[in-house]
Design a protein around this ligand. Structure first.
Ligand SMILES: Cc1ncc(COP(=O)(O)O)c(C=O)c1O
Length: 365
C-alpha cells in the first residue's frame, strides 16, 4: 500500500469538527484580521515558549525579516547562517538589506557548526541565524556563547521545530528572537500561510508588532517602512486548536522515529539527537551515499520520499555573487547529496514504517 510523506488530511480529520466550528465562528464574527484569536494565540504561544511575547505574521519568511529589522539590522550588515536550509532563511536576511554569510553545518546534527561561526565574524556582523533543521534545535549554548562574546544578536529560525526542546527550553525561545512558519506541512501547520515571531523583551515584541503593521504604533502615524504581514483570524483560530494537541502529535512522531531507528537497514545514517535535546521530526531524514538508489526503490514501491536542499544555498543562482563553489562547505555538500526524507507524520503505524524500511533495504540490495 502507498505510504505518503505527510498526512495533512489525516491530521485534519482528527480535529475536523472543532476546526470547522471555529472557522465558522470567525466568519460569522466579522472580525477576520487582528482579532481575538490572533491575540489569544500570541499569548498562548508566548506562554508555551516562555518568551516575553509573540507576534503573528503572514509567514515565516516575513517573520525572519521582521525579526532582523526589529533588531535594527539592515543594509551594510552581515548575518551568519547555514547553507543547508530552505532558501527563505537566507532570502529573509537579504530582504532585510543585510548579507547572508554562510558557514558549514555539523556532520551529525546537520545544524550550524558553532566553531565555524567565529571565523566568519567581521566588523559588519550583527547577528547569527541558526536553523533548527528538520525539527532538531541547533546548539544554542555554543552559539549564544559566541554571540555574547562578540555582541551579536541571535535570531533562531525555528520554522521547522515547534515543540522541540533544548535542555528544557523550547525551540523558538533559544535566541533573542525566534521565528516559526505555519506552512501547512509544518508540525503545527495552518490551512494557508502563517508565521510567528517571538522575543525575550517587550521592546522587541513591540517593534515586531509595529513592523507587521506598516511600521506604525497607532495605525495613524507611519515612522518607518514596514510590512503588511499579519496572521489572519481563521489561521489563528485553527492553530489554537492544534496547540492543544501538538505535544501529542510530536510524541507520535517521536515514536515513528523510534520505529525507523529500529527497522531501517544498519548502514543507513539516522538523524542524530544530542543529549539534552528533543527532536520533533518535522522530517525524518536519513542519509546514505546511495540515496538515489533508495529513492528509486521507494518510488517503485509507492513509498513517498524526498531529497531536501539538493542545491544548497551557497550554490543557488541568487547568491552567485558570493562566488562559492562546490567544496567550500563539504558537510553541506555531502548532506545535500546523501539526504532523503521518508514518510513522517503522527498517523503512521508500525507496519507502514516496516514497509518503508523494506523499500529502503531494497534500494541497497
Ligand atoms: C527553515 C525554514 N525557514 C523559513 C521558512 C519560511 O517559512 P514560510 O514558508 O512560512 O515563509 C521555512 C518554511 O517554509 C523553513 O522551513
Amino acid at each position: 500500500m502507498a505510504v505518503g510523506l505527510m498526512d495533512i488530511k489525516g491530521q485534519y480529520a482528527e480535529l475536523q469538527g472543532r476546526i470547522e466550528t471555529s472557522v465558522l465562528d470567525v466568519l460569522r464574527s466579522g472580525r477576520v484580521i487582528l482579532g481575538p484569536n490572533v491575540k489569544s494565540f500570541e499569548e498562548e504561544s508566548a506562554a508555551y515558549m516562555g518568551t516575553a511575547g509573540a507576534v503573528g505574521v503572514a509567514n515565516g519568511t516575513d517573520g525572519l525579516t521582521i525579526a532582523l529589522r526589529a533588531l535594527g539590522i539592515g543594509a551594510g550588515d552581515e548575518v551568519i547562517t547555514v547553507p543547508f536550509t530552505f532558501y527563505a532563511t537566507a532570502e529573509a536576511i537579504a530582504q532585510s538589506g543585510a548579507k547572508p554569510v554562510f558557514v558549514d553545518i555539523l556532520p551529525h546534527t546537520l545544524c550550524m557548526d558553532p566553531t565555524a561561526v567565529e571565523a566568519a565574524i567581521t566588523p559588519r556582523t550583527k547577528a547569527i541565524m541558526p536553523v533548527d533543521l528538520f525539527g532538531l534545535p541547533a546548539d544554542a549554548d555554543a552559539i549564544e556563547a559566541i554571540a555574547g562574546k562578540h555582541g551579536l544578536a541571535v535570531v533562531e529560525d525555528a520554522c521547522q521545530a515547534w515543540g522541540a526542546t533544548y535542555f528544557g527550553r523550547r525551540a523558538g525561545s533559544l535566541g533573542d528572537m525566534g521565528v516559526f512558519s505555519f506552512f501547512p506541512t509544518k508540525n503545527l501547520g495552518g490551512y494557508g500561510d502563517g508565521g510567528l515571531v517571538t522575543a525575550h523583551t517587550e521592546e522587541l515584541v513591540q517593534k515586531a508588532r509595529e513592523l507587521r503593521f506598516h511600521g506604525s504604533k497607532d495605525k495613524k502615524t507611519f515612522t518607518q517602512i514596514g510590512f503588511n504581514s499579519r496572521l489572519d483570524e481563521i489561521q489563528a483560530a485553527i492553530l489554537r486548536i492544534e496547540l492543544e494537541v501538538i505535544d501529542d502529535w510530536n510524541a507520535r512522531r517521536a515514536l515513528v522515529a523510534e520505529w525507523y531507528d529500529e527497522y531501517l537497514p544498519r548502514e543507513v545514517v539516522r538523524p542524530a539527537v544530542p543529549d539534552g535535546v528533543s527532536h520533533v521530526y518535522h522530517l525524518y531524514v536519513l542519509r546514505h551515499p546511495r540515496r538515489d538508489d533508495i529513492a528509486a526503490a521507494c518510488k517503485e514501491r509507492q513509498v513517498d520520499c524526498a531529497a531536501y536542499y539538493t542545491t544548497p544555498l551557497q550554490l543557488q543562482p541568487a547568491f552567485a555573487d558570493q562566488g562559492h563553489k562546490l567544496g567550500d562547505f563539504p558537510v553541506t555538500d555531502e548532506a545535500a547529496a546523501q539526504n532523503l526524507a521518508v514518510p513522517m507524520h503522527p498517523n503512521l503505524v508500525e507496519e507502514q514504517v516496516k514497509e518503508v524500511a523494506a523499500a529502503v533495504a531494497a534500494g541497497l540490495a
